[in-house]
Design a protein around this ligand. Structure first.
Ligand SMILES: [Zn+2]
Length: 449
């Protein structure tokens, strides 16, 4: 299920934080109706926003043509139209200049008069160059479309060419996607049309509270509200995740993007606790683990028979292995049993170990940040197939980080004084999540948690 809700309207609608449950259905239908109405009728605001985008549209030949015809001037007066020349395979600037019937003298003048001409040495097939050629055939201006958002305009002035960089501001649209997990989070998100970068970001956000290899269950579901960037109706890519909720085995985890007064951005639970925990629950890129539910993978971690004291993550060779938390590499080497291994010390009390790596990416003494790649999954040492053997130790004793939550370093919290502002900032998103969750339980008849 996917729905579109234009951002400013959705935000404006949500003044209160909490909604009595019986009002949810009404709120849901109103919100959705409003969303649909706005979707069908792009209002004046949308129009105004579109024209406010500083594009180099007026530089294109078609636009010039339009303005000429509205003034009903004879076409013969239309001088200095832009001539667009696409960059082709193996193209050079001099070849393009010759195709545009411009002299080598023009090229020389252009290249020697502006510091920004370095960009011109990097032209790639698919980019577009536009030329404005004067009465006497000399180059008056040139525009290089660097990518969909950026272009450079070189204009002849008194002292050679001046350079202006034009950057278009994409329109930000909000999108809500939700999906029920049938095999894996990755598959469910893909099926819901959520692109890879958003899936990765979703996994990052919940990576401190959920192990996406072992915790995920059939019928878990998630709702994610995120931004998509558009220019002239074309989607350029995705922006930020604004809020997300993950329902796991009857428990719900919420995360909200919050910008504090210092401008720092982080994701917090509804209670103002940072989603960024001291340790990742699964220290590897789970999106590379393509197999779905395997009952054998659902065994409770750290409950396996000794001497095997750790978690095994079967994953393809080459899957990036991350540092579970910030720390310092205490050991990195090779042994007959462990194969390539990395041990990381986190403060005084904690140690994490990563065995059977195909390759190591760090050395003893290196400082590492959480989620930094420290190696890649392999099958070196006593390993029957590619997998990561991961151990978590507290004061030298193997522990399951999922069951000793209270002994783990406390996550950052929103300052008590900033809580009212935090609550106000997330209220709109919270309502949207509640609305979607209510709608889902209404349409599916299942427990929304
Ligand atoms: Zn193992």
């Amino acid at each position: 299920m996917q729905n579109w809700i234009p951002k400013r309207h959705a935000v404006r609608r949500t003044s209160g934080g909490k909604f009595p449950r019986r009002h949810l259905a009404l709120a849901a239908s109103t919100l959705i109706a409003l969303g649909l109405a706005l979707l069908l009728l792009p209002g004046e605001n949308a129009e105004a926003k579109r024209t406010a985008i500083p594009l180099n549209l007026e530089l294109t030949p078609s636009r010039v043509g339009v303005s000429v015809s509205t003034h009903e001037e004879p076409p013969i007066e239309q001088e200095q139209a832009w001539k667009e020349i696409p960059v082709e395979n193996g193209d050079s600037l001099s070849a393009i200049f010759s195709r545009a019937s411009l002299s080598p003298q023009d090229l020389h003048e252009l290249l020697t008069s502006s510091a920004k001409t370095k960009e011109l040495n990097k032209i790639r097939p698919g980019q577009k160059l536009s030329f404005k050629i004067g009465d006497t055939g000399q180059l008056d201006a040139m525009s290089l479309q660097i990518d969909k958002l950026n272009s450079l305009v070189f204009e002849r002035g008194v002292n050679g060419f001046t350079t202006t960089k034009l950057t278009a501001t994409p329109e930000i649209r909000q999108r809500v996607a939700s999906a029920t997990i049938t095999s894996s989070l990755y598959k469910a998100a893909q099926d819901a049309g959520v692109n890879q970068s958003i899936i990765m970001e979703l996994a990052n956000i919940f990576g401190g509270v959920l192990d996406f290899v072992y915790d995920v269950r059939k019928n878990d579901y998630f709702i994610v509200i995120y931004e998509e960037l558009y220019l002239n109706g074309e989607m350029l890519g995705s922006g930020q995740i604004l809020a997300a909720q993950y329902f796991n085995q009857g428990k719900s985890f919420e995360a909200y993007r919050y910008v504090n007064t210092q401008g720092e951005v982080d994701y917090f639970s509804e209670n103002g606790e940072s989603m960024r925990k001291a340790f990742l629950r699964a220290p590897l890129d789970f999106t590379r683990i393509s197999s779905g539910f395997n009952p054998k993978r659902l065994h409770p971690v750290f409950k396996t028979v000794r001497p095997h004291r750790g978690v095994d993550y079967a994953a393809p060779r080459g899957t990036p292995v991350y540092a579970a938390g910030d720390g310092r590499v205490a050991a990195a080497g090779y042994s007959k049993a462990n194969g390539n291994y990395v041990f990381i010390k986190h403060g005084e009390a904690y140690m994490t170990k990563y065995l059977h790596l195909h390759k190591r990416a760090v050395s003893k003494g290196d400082r590492v940040r959480q989620r930094e790649t420290i190696g890649w999954v392999g099958s070196t040492g006593y390993a029957t197939g590619p997998h990561l053997h991961y151990e978590f130790l507290l004061n030298g004793v193997h522990r399951n980080p999922a069951t000793i939550v209270k002994q783990l370093p406390a996550p950052k919290k929103v300052a008590a004084g900033a809580m009212p502002e935090f609550k106000a900032q997330i209220a709109g998103m919270q309502l949207q999540l509640r609305t979607y969750a209510a709608q889902r339980s209404y349409t599916n008849g299942s427990d929304a948690g």
